[in-house]
Design a protein around this ligand. Structure first.
Ligand code: NAD
Ligand code: MG
Length: 383
């Protein structure tokens, strides 16, 4: 029996790499559902190649175009956010690869969790915004998340066979991004073209800016907290510019396990789709001879304030991480449109965190509200 895969966000960086992985294992995987926001032409191209049973285009204006191209092939075409939620809750697939970017991925991921599904999670924002609700739902409905984010895949891999053993801490590695070692007097003038040049990874625009500002590592601390049931104090970050060690786990006895590999997202994507199996492939392999020195240094949180703000939001808890995420989505978008400078991103996030009313135990409705008011407030600070 082939595993039936639904890929939400198939036209993005993770989505296209997932299709690469699947195309190398046609006997094991079958694409059942593909979704895209507005890139109709790529969605059509992917659908003609992988022949899913269903596709979803979120942008309803593109429905006609996609339907005209695919209906005669027997592919059912849906449009809009509601369709993402309904098909995520359907019986038609075995694993949902949640690879939509940002808050927009929350509703469909929650719908899959409600139905007890297996979710290969790339969309870290879902756990940042509503980690308590998502993990509670997983527990109640017998659903599970297999992480795709490389750091969390590394931790997950280190924990296989260790579930009865207490973890003393996890150490998330961060490349440091294109501005490692830079100070505020340099960062004040950087533009998006420079920020988009990540030294080790090729990714979507939003996560690439998050990596340059270290917000990505802050979001990943919160993601790790919920994925692995950790106390805030058990999560550490270390800069490791070579991106070879993808993260580490320290156990009660002081032993530290690390997972290593070349920086290539196809590996954690394949691991999540094939879990518990490891599949062979012909990708480039890590040779330690090419890395005579793996180096580590503390993160400069005075310069890269987003990491400190995210850590603070994690310790505050409640709806604070939701506020952080909402403000961050607004400022990243504004930075990409050249409306604000690199350092202004942290200023606006900080002001938004101070402004929005704290809720200690938010409901889903509270999260939806918090997301909206935080976005509106952050937007009002952008001229
Ligand atoms: P991307 O921008 O390349 O792709 C995003 C996908 O989401 C696209 O298919 C797009 O059509 C879809 N999308 C965007 N907005 C949407 C909306 N409002 N409604 C429905 N669909 C929408 O992003 P990416 O780099 O592939 O990242 C996807 C997720 O994976 C993010 O949460 C990111 O943090 C996470 N992630 C990415 C990488 C990576 O290497 N790219 C690594 C780790 C984690
Ligand atoms: Mg990561």
């Amino acid at each position: 029996m082939k595993k039936r895969i639904a890929i939400y966000g198939s036209t993005g960086s993770i989505g296209t790499q997932a299709l690469d992985v699947i195309s190398q294992h046609p006997k094991l995987f079958q694409v059942e559902i593909l979704s895209a926001h507005s890139n109709a032409s790529l969605l059509i191209e992917q659908s003609l190649k992988f022949e899913p049973n269903m596709v979803i285009i979120s942008d309803e204006k593109k429905y006609e175009e996609v339907n005209n191209a695919l209906a005669s092939k027997g592919i059912k075409v849906f449009a809009g956010e509601q369709s993402l939620i309904e098909l995520a809750a359907s019986d038609s697939y075995d694993v949902l690869l949640a690879a939509i970017v940002g808050y927009a991925g929350l509703s469909s991921t929650l719908a899959a969790a409600e139905q007890g599904k297996t979710i290969a999670l790339a969309n870290k924002e879902t756990l940042v915004v509503a980690g308590d609700l998502v993990t509670e739902t997983l527990k109640q409905k017998g659903a599970r998340i297999i992480p795709v984010d490389s750091e969390h895949s590394a931790i997950f891999q280190c924990l296989v066979g260790e579930h009865h053993n207490p973890v003393s801490k996890v150490i998330l590695t961060a490349s440091g991004g294109p501005f490692l070692g830079k100070k505020p007097n340099f960062l004040i003038n950087v533009k998006k073209d420079h920020a988009l040049q990540h030294p080790n990874w090729t990714m979507g625009a939003k996560i690439t800016i998050d990596s340059a500002s270290l917000m990505n590592k802050g979001l990943e601390m919160i993601e790790a907290k919920w994925l692995f049931g950790l106390q805030n104090e058990q999560i550490e970050v270390i800069i490791h510019p070579q991106s070879i060690i993808h993260s580490m786990v320290e156990f009660a006895d002081g032993s530290v396990k690390a997972q290593m590999g070349l920086p290539d997202m196809k590996l954690p994507i394949q691991y999540a789709l094939a879990f518990p199996d490891r599949l062979s492939n012909n990708w480039k392999r890590l040779s330690m001879k090419n890395y005579p020195s793996l180096t580590f240094e503390p993160a400069d949180i005075k310069t890269f304030r987003n990491l400190a703000l995210a850590s603070q939001a994690m310790f505050t808890g409640g709806n604070a991480p939701c506020v952080l995420n909402a403000a961050n989505e607004i400022v990243v978008d504004a930075f990409l449109k050249n409306k604000i400078g690199f350092l202004e991103m942290s200023d606006i996030i900080e002001k938004t965190l101070e402004k929005i009313t704290f809720i200690e135990k938010p409901s889903l409705h509270d999260y939806v509200q918090t997301n909206q008011v935080a976005r509106d407030y952050a937007q009002s600070l952008i001229k």
